[in-house]
Every structure is written in C-alpha cells, then in structure tokens.
Design a protein around this ligand. Structure first.
Ligand code: URA
Ligand code: ZN
Length: 382
C-alpha cells in the first residue's frame, strides 16, 4: 500500500466528535447523550442509539465507552499513520445535529463546521504533518428553517477544506422523499455539494424480535442490519419520489456500500415496472422516470466499508464502474477489543484486504478505490 501523494490512500468515511460536540452531548440526559460515570478513571459512555439507553442497565454500562479517539485530532493522525492513510475526509458522527432546537441549530452548525475547517487548515499548513492531509464534510442544521439550511450549504462552499456534507436519513423529519426538501436539493445541486448519506436510526427493535433480542446481541443487529437497511429505504424513497428526476445533478455518496441497494436494485426496478399505482403503468401516482441503474451510474457513489468480497462485488457491479467506489474506515467506531497501543485495527485491515483481494491483478483499480476516486470526485488538493 503506497503512502505517497501520487498514490494517496484517502479515507472518506472517518468520524469525529469535536470537543464542542462532546460538550453538547455531555450536557444532555436523554438520547443522544454522554454519561460521565462517578468513577473518574472510567471512560464516559456514549449513548446515541435508542437501543443503547436500556433502563434495565446502569448508565455506566449503557452504550459504548467514548475515549479521546472520538475527539482528538492527534489520535486521528496516529490512526492514519498506523494504517498508511495519507488523507482523511472527516465527518461529524451520528446523530449529527438532528436533535437540536430550531433556534440554536444554525449557530451550532456554523461553530462545528468552522472548528473542522480550522483544524484541517492548521493541519495542512503544518510541516510536521506534511504527509497527512485533512479535509471535512460539513453538517447541516436540518432542524432550522429551510433558508438557514440553504445559507449554510452556500457558506460551506466558501470553506476551502469542506468538500461536501454528511447527512442522516430523516431530512427535515419526514424522510428524504419529503417535497419540502426540494429547495435544499436544489441548493446542493447548484453548489455541486456532494452528500455523504449515513444511517443512524436503524430499524425499530420489533423488526429484530423486540428490545430484549436486540439487547442480547449488543450492537450487532442494529449496526450490521439496521444501519444498511435504513440507508436502503431512505435512498429508495428518494428514488421513488422522483428526487433524481427533478434534480438530475444531485450527487450522493452512500455509506456502507450503499446499504443493500446494490443487491436489491433489480428488485426495486422490477417492482416499479409492475406497480399499477404509477402513471406510467396506468395509475394516478407519478413514479420515477429514470431507471435505478441510471441513478446508480450517474448520481450515486458508494463507499467500500462492507468487509466482504460479495458485498464489494455487488457495489462495483451496481455502480457500473470502479470509478464510483471509495475507501473508508468508519474510525473511531469498531476499535480492536484488546488494548494494544498502536496495533492495526481488524475492521480496517479486513476492509482493506477485501479491496486488495477484489482486484488481485488490477493495480489501477486498487489505486482508484483506495484514493484516486476520492481525489477526483471531492477535488482534494494533495
Ligand atoms: N456506530 C455508529 O454509531 N456510527 C457509525 O458510524 C459506526 C458505528
Ligand atoms: Zn460511519
């Protein structure tokens, strides 16, 4: 794996909770929040998923420990060095700013986006870190009035280190097929702002057999299945509502290799063709005008955070080109269970291994997925 600027390794799926966001969560007592156990030596607990906040457990064992890897830029750089990553495009982790009161959302978004811009700018100007570059995806104040969201999209375009935005699946509260999002989609299109679409809410516990079943297996069901299905449903609703017909230039980067969209796209296409409700088939409802494959090939990018060859192959096949797939790590989530300092992370190594094994004789394809595509699509200056 090369570590040079001619062969950069770019991590487009890497999160942080900057210190200002940590203090925001630490001042809350309902999900999402950070709980500080009474034992000063214990790590604070991050309780961000509804399934984390199990009242039958003491708060000190709910959720997951949140140590400095979540908020420290030095820890991010250490992680990059250990894994041969030359550039990270940092995004705020879930649940972003979704829970903010409308009055404070814009101010908080501006503060956090400016924190990320400043940290990237200082890093990239420093001779000490000349082989480690940082860029960011901004966050939108989605609970604020639409005009504030649009103004932040336009402002982010003026920040040199912000290369797109990260967003969850709820939009303004009613999902990504909400017609009220049209002004936001228009602003994203006209500013050529790519959206990194990332899950957070998963599926209701009932989908897995109820809260006690979810709790029995920790984070496995919500993260392995709830997350990807949430992404799949969100982007399918956008497609069915004709968002990509009305905004043909909109660009979305889907997390976790597009949830299950690559695997299910043919089934979606077939169900649309057989749905009597749609005007094209004789019904009353406007259905999507474009084929889902066309949308996959021209509006969607997929990350390679899928940890298995069949998943990556499905993503490549559905994206129609190796040019639309980008490497990511999901750092600082999925850390090793042991506490060996400086060790490589299983989650990262298995993911990288899958990329290597998928193109055993195609150095150029590996180079594109590991970094070349991100440099081109996001316009990174390395
Ligand atoms: N768990 C989360 O809550 N977020 C991620 O991005 C990955 C794992
Ligand atoms: Zn993630």
């Amino acid at each position: 794996m090369s570590n040079t600027t001619s062969n950069p390794v770019v991590d487009i799926h890497t999160h942080m909770y900057p210190p200002s966001y940590i203090s925001l969560l630490s001042n809350r007592t309902s999900v999402p929040y950070i709980h500080q156990p009474s034992d000063p030596k214990a790590d604070p607990r991050l309780i961000i998923l509804d399934s984390d906040d199990d009242p039958s457990r003491p708060k000190s064992s709910r959720g997951r420990p949140v140590d400095s890897t979540y908020s420290s830029f030095n820890k991010k750089r250490e992680f990059m060095k250990v894994h041969g990553i030359t550039c990270s495009v940092i995004s705020l982790a879930n649940p972003w700013l979704d829970f903010l009161e409308p009055e404070s959302a814009l101010r908080t978004a501006v503060g956090i986006n400016d924190d990320l811009e400043r940290a990237c700018s200082e890093n990239n100007a420093s001779a000490e870190y000349s082989d480690l570059k940082l860029y960011a995806f901004g966050s939108l104040p989605l609970s604020a009035p639409a005009k504030d969201i649009v103004s932040e999209i336009q402002r982010l375009k003026t920040l040199p280190h912000v290369k797109g935005v990260i967003m969850g699946t709820t939009g303004l509260g009613k999902g990504l097929d909400d017609p009220a999002l049209d002004d936001i989609y228009a602003a994203l299109s006209s500013t050529k702002t790519i959206v990194f679409l990332h899950p957070h809410y998963g599926l209701p516990a009932e989908a897995f057999g109820g809260p006690s079943v979810v709790a029995r297996y920790g984070h496995v069901l919500p993260l392995a299945m709830g997350f990807p299905l949430e992404t799949t449903i969100a982007v399918s609703r956008m497609y069915l509502a004709g968002v990509f017909d009305r905004h043909p230039k909109l660009e979305f980067l889907l997390a976790h290799s597009g949830g299950t969209l690559p695997f299910l796209a043919g089934r979606i296409e077939s169900c649309v063709a057989h749905e009597r409700e749609f005007i094209a088939n004789g019904g009353q409802t406007q259905g999507p005008q474009r084929s889902i494959w066309d949308v996959l090939h021209s509006n969607l990018y997929l990350d390679a955070v899928i940890y298995g060859q069949p998943g990556l192959k499905a993503a490549l096949e559905a994206a129609g080109s190796v040019d639309r797939i980008m490497f990511g790590t999901d750092h600082p989530f999925f850390p090793p269970l042991g506490d060996e300092e400086g060790a490589k992370w299983l989650s990262v190594e298995s993911n990288k291994g899958v990329i290597g094994d998928s193109f055993p004789n195609d150095e150029e394809a590996r180079r594109k997925v590991l970094g070349g595509n991100a440099v081109r699509v996001l316009g990174l200056d390395l």
